[in-house]
Each structure stands twice: as structure tokens, then as C-alpha cells.
Design a protein around this ligand. Structure first.
Ligand code: F6R
Length: 352
């Protein structure tokens, strides 16, 4: 059952601390210096291609960033577009990110990858799923069953599992810090859930005409995911952009009726540039909701702030996403939508 929550989605959002703990359990050594994952062996790919759909595609975009930062060429493809991908070369690994392990587009891309001679891996929540059975390797995200059609906790667990995968198979810079960031996440997500202003923000903007989400670097996939969640469960127009792309077109749509959610983490170059983009939308009178750890001066240009605890940029993506999940959830609730079973959508999409 829903354990007292109004919807499975809210229950599953609140299950994230536990899901994240399960994902890490037994996979990090005692010193917090290395990961040790069943079934990875001594895999060290010279290149990685990710294939996935929907929310899992957003997780895969993030996964490829982790590899590229470790100096390993990595690309992400929509599974349904994999036919246009270059062939995997050398010791390439093709990773299908699929919560259900049954998504037809993803299964088909993985089969194509195998046909092209690549080694394949499923990053999945479902033991014994088709993807897990057909791939050479399976990495389980261990989020537990997800009933809500809109993915929530599985996205957080995918991000954590992809960090473990990168740590276990690539020369990730400063692994101890990344591991420490992952270990802090369950407690930080809990603190955020206990003290979020997301329902007040949702109520304030629930009648808006459209919603935009922006972020850069690790926060760009979070912006895309924030928009997808908003569309799926509120039926309202929402779009996610790389923050830098706003001025290349989407800015034409920005008005006082289009709240812009900006994810700004840290106080470095990336944050400074995103704050610059935020100033541009603020100048067009758009309401700005900053999702931030408070280290930049974005709050000066924001109408509302959704705080996240300070951590590493990779881990911050999980935290920022939780705030955006809550905003979508409470917006949909305020609008009286069918949150756990949105119209036209199915939990597992088994046709191409
Ligand atoms: C969005 C959502 C879908 C799935 C997509 C892939 O909330 O749930 O976009 O992420 O259909 O599903 P899996 O991960 O099962 O391959």
C-alpha cells in the first residue's frame, strides 16, 4: 500500500534515502577509497556508449559526463535513435540504462550493439529482466519496486549506480570525494525532504502557462528530468534547456507567466555563467525559482529559493532533482491530476 501517503509517487520520493543506501550497500570498501561491484570484474572500457529512453536517458546523459570527466570517450544515444550512432570501437562498452529492463527501444539498441560486436551492460532495477539476461553484465540499482508510472526514486538510484560504475571501471578523479558525496546523500535527501518549501512554491505557480528548467554540466540532465516530470504528471507545457541555450531561442518564450527553475550549484565558473542566464530571464520578468546550495549569488535574482545541502556537483544533481520532483508532485496535486497513472502513459513501454 501507500503507507499513509496520498500517492505512490510521494511514497517513492520519500523512499529515496533508503533506496540510495541499498544501492551503495556492500559496494564501497571500508576506507571509502574504492568500489567493488559484483559482475564488473576487471572491466575497463576504452569508450562507452549509453542507450536509454525518457528519464533513464537523462540518467544516461549524466553517466556519460562522469566517464568523459574521467578521460574516457562516452556518448549517450536515445535508444530509438541508436541506428544513427557510430559503431562502438575497440573495447567499447554499451550500457543500457533501463529501470524496467523491458523497454523495447532499449532492448533493440542493446541487441544492435551486440550485433556490432560490443560488450553490453544493463543498469537496471529488475533482476531477471530481459535486459539483465541478454547483456554480458548487469548492474542492479536496487531501488525496490516503483509503482508510480512517473519514475522518481529509480532516477536517483540510477545516478548513484552510474557513479559506482564509473568509479569501478574508469580512472575517476578524486574517487574518495565522490564516494564521500555518495555516502552523504541518503542523509542529505532525508534532511531536504523534511524541510522542503516545494509545496509552497508549487502552489504559487500552479496556474502558470508553461515551465522552464535550466542547468548546466551535471545539472543539465536534471533540468531535462525536471521538465519531463512536470509534463507527465501535470499535463502542462514544460521544457528543460542547457542554461546557455536559453539566449539561442527559448528566451523568446519567456514571460511573466513562465516560471524558470534554475539549478545552480557551487560558486565556480559554471555557476557564474548560469547566474548570468538567470539575470536574462529575470530581466524579462519571469518568476525565477533557484534550486541552489546557496554558494553563488543566484538568490539575488530569484523570487523563490529551494535549498539543497552543499556537496559535490555529481551528488548535488540527486538533491536538486528531489526538489524538482516535489514541485511537480505538488503542482499535479494542486491541479487534481491522476498522479500515479498519468493519461496515455505506461510504466513499461514494450513496443518500439
Ligand atoms: C518517465 C518514465 C519514462 C521511462 C522510460 C524508460 O517518468 O518513467 O520516461 O523512464 O519509458 O523506461 P525504462 O527505464 O524502464 O527503460
Amino acid at each position: 500500500g501507500k503507507s499513509g501517503y496520498d500517492h505512490f509517487m510521494l511514497k517513492e520520493i520519500h523512499e529515496q534515502p533508503r533506496a540510495l543506501r541499498q544501492c551503495l550497500r556492500g559496494r564501497v570498501d571500508e576506507l571509502g577509497a574504492a568500489v567493488d561491484i559484483e559482475d564488473l570484474g576487471d572491466l575497463s572500457p576504452t569508450g562507452v556508449q549509453f542507450v536509454a529512453c525518457g528519464t533513464s536517458y537523462h540518467a544516461a546523459l549524466y553517466g556519460a559526463q562522469l566517464y568523459r570527466r574521467a578521460g574516457i570517450p562516452a556518448q549517450t544515444f536515445l535508444a530509438s535513435e541508436y541506428a544513427t550512432a557510430p559503431p562502438p570501437i575497440g573495447d567499447a562498452l554499451v550500457v543500457g540504462v533501463t529501470q524496467s529492463g523491458e523497454t523495447a527501444d532499449t532492448l533493440s539498441a542493446l541487441r544492435e550493439a551486440r550485433h556490432r560486436g560490443a560488450r553490453t551492460m544493463a543498469v537496471t532495477n529488475t533482476v531477471g529482466s530481459t535486459a539483465a539476461r541478454e547483456c554480458d553484465h548487469a548492474l542492479y540499482i536496487r531501488a525496490g519496486p516503483e509503482i508510480g508510472v512517473a519514475a522518481s526514486k529509480t532516477f536517483a538510484s540510477q545516478l548513484a549506480a552510474l557513479n559506482l560504475l564509473a568509479l569501478g571501471t574508469a580512472p575517476v578523479d578524486r574517487p574518495r570525494e565522490t564516494i564521500a558525496g555518495l555516502r552523504d546523500l541518503p542523509g542529505q535527501v532525508q534532511a531536504l525532504l523534511d524541510d522542503s518549501r516545494a509545496s509552497a512554491v508549487a502552489e504559487q505557480y500552479q496556474d502558470a502557462g508553461a515551465y522552464f528548467f535550466v542547468g548546466r554540466g551535471h545539472q543539465y540532465p536534471v533540468a531535462l528530468e525536471g521538465a519531463l516530470k512536470m509534463k507527465e504528471i501535470t499535463y502542462k507545457h514544460a521544457e528543460g534547456f542547457a542554461a546557455g541555450e536559453l539566449k539561442h531561442g527559448p528566451l523568446a518564450l519567456v514571460t511573466d507567466d513562465t516560471p524558470v527553475f534554475a539549478v545552480v550549484v557551487g560558486d565556480g565558473e559554471q555557476a557564474r555563467k548560469t547566474v548570468g542566464n538567470v539575470k536574462e530571464v529575470e530581466a524579462r520578468d519571469a518568476p525565477v525559482v533557484a534550486v541552489t546550495d546557496g554558494r553563488s549569488d543566484v538568490e539575488r535574482y530569484a523570487d523563490e529559493v529551494l535549498e539543497i545541502p552543499e556537496t559535490h556537483p555529481e551528488a548535488a544533481a540527486v538533491l536538486a532533482n528531489v526538489q524538482l520532483q516535489l514541485v511537480s508532485y505538488y503542482t499535479a496535486k494542486g491541479l487534481g491530476r491522476s498522479i500515479d497513472k498519468p493519461r496515455n502513459l505506461a510504466k513499461s513501454v514494450t513496443v518500439e
